[in-house]
Ligand binder design. Structure first.
Ligand code: NAP
Length: 321
């Protein structure tokens, strides 16, 4: 079946990967949208137009013009500490704009795929299943939980919420993520302090985009937890990256969360149980070392490894969302 797919936030880390994967499938007519006048990626057989999802009139115009069957909302204010200090902007993008998208989907009969986060949980007893009780610690988490609730307004069986965790992957611009930060700092011989008391199931954009496409293709609705399989501390993840890159692991120093003065509190034991995605979607994430190797630009005998490595500016925190 042929789908007209509207991707918001298409210049972001997940958005770029989704455009790459879905843009090459003939069953999808993809329109990528982002805040920039032009795309930050090249190639991919899809159209691109400017769209600020926090501008309701622009969103309504685009629905009228493009008439999407499916909307994948990858747009979000993802800087967790900035969300704490600029709460109004955070709420407008992560919550109110999702209400607008859901209302337009309901009106036009489109399905809404809302991307969400492990930061809706308090991190007391992860890894989490889909039915675990949300209890966000940060304003970012609260805004994303509100976005989930608004997404349900698209109508019965017309919404899906795909939550994910600590995402990394290549982009064609200079978007920073944990893997590129660790790689760059250690390559330069600099010491890094990385928390030992935050646990995650790190997620490769290639796997995440594949899962989102499966939700679309199988016409699924409901909540899905999508991440890698490996549950590890952020410090352990830094070691995996260093070992995979052949870098000096002694430059990675252990640290407690309490030694960082960050405005937003992060969950301690987060991460996901992905059994539902595995059984209902056939989701099979790559082994973590393969994903890291491909992200670092090393050879991997996988068709998804044909992307250039990126090496952008350091992330604002050791375990950024
Ligand atoms: N990255 C993670 O570790 C992580 C973990 C859990 C969940 N998530 C979720 O995954 C989803 C995708 O995030 P990502 O990792 O791809 O983050 P990202 O690279 O920061 O991408 C988000 C994109 O949204 C765009 N955006 C922000 N406000 C917008 C607006 N008003 N209108 C249109 N576009 C707007 C941003 O544009 P600019 O580039 O112009 O700012 C950016 O390109 C988000 O829902 C996020 O909450 C991410």
């Amino acid at each position: 079946m042929f789908h007209r797919v509207l991707i918001t936030g298409a210049n972001g880390m997940l958005g770029q990967e989704l455009v790459r994967q879905m843009g090459r499938k003939p069953e999808y007519d993809v329109l990528a949208t982002g805040r920039d006048a032009a795309p930050r990626f090249s190639g991919g057989s899809c159209g691109y137009t400017h769209l600020d999802i926090a501008d309701p009139a622009a969103v309504e115009r685009l629905f009228a013009d493009f008439a999407p069957d499916v909307v994948i909302n990858c747009a979000a204010m993802t800087q967790v500490d900035a969300c704490e200090s600029d709460r109004d902007t955070c709420w407008q993008i992560n919550a109110v704009a999702v209400e607008t998208l859901a209302a337009c989907c309901r009106q036009h009969g489109a399905r809404l795929m809302q991307i969400s986060t492990d930061f809706i949980f308090d991190g007391k007893d992860g890894p989490y299943r889909e039915d675990a009780r949300p209890a966000p610690l940060s304003y970012y988490g609260r805004s994303k939980l509100a976005g989930e609730n608004y997404a349900r307004g698209a109508g019965t069986d017309r919404w899906a919420i795909i939550r994910t965790v600590l995402v990394f992957g290549n982009t064609s611009d200079t978007r920073s993520h944990f893997v590129s930060w660790v790689n760059r700092e250690l390559s330069a011989g600099r010491t890094i302090r990385v928390v030992t008391d935050q646990w995650r199931t790190p997620t490769w954009t290639v796997d995440l985009a594949d899962a989102v496409e499966r939700v679309v293709r199988f016409r699924k609705s409901g909540v899905y937890h999508v991440s890698g399989r490996d549950f590890m501390s952020v410090n352990e993840f830094a070691h995996v990256i260093a070992e995979t890159a052949g870098l000096d692991t002694t430059l990675i120093q252990p640290a407690d969360s309490s030694s960082f003065s960050q405005p937003a509190e992060r969950p301690a034991r987060s991460g996901f149980i992905i059994l539902k995605a595995e059984t209902e979607l056939g989701f099979r994430p790559h082994p973590i070392r393969d994903a890291v190797r491909a992200t670092l630009g090393r050879a991997l005998s996988d068709p998804d490894s044909d992307r250039p490595a990126s090496d952008p500016a350091p992330p604002g925190s050791p375990a950024e969302d």
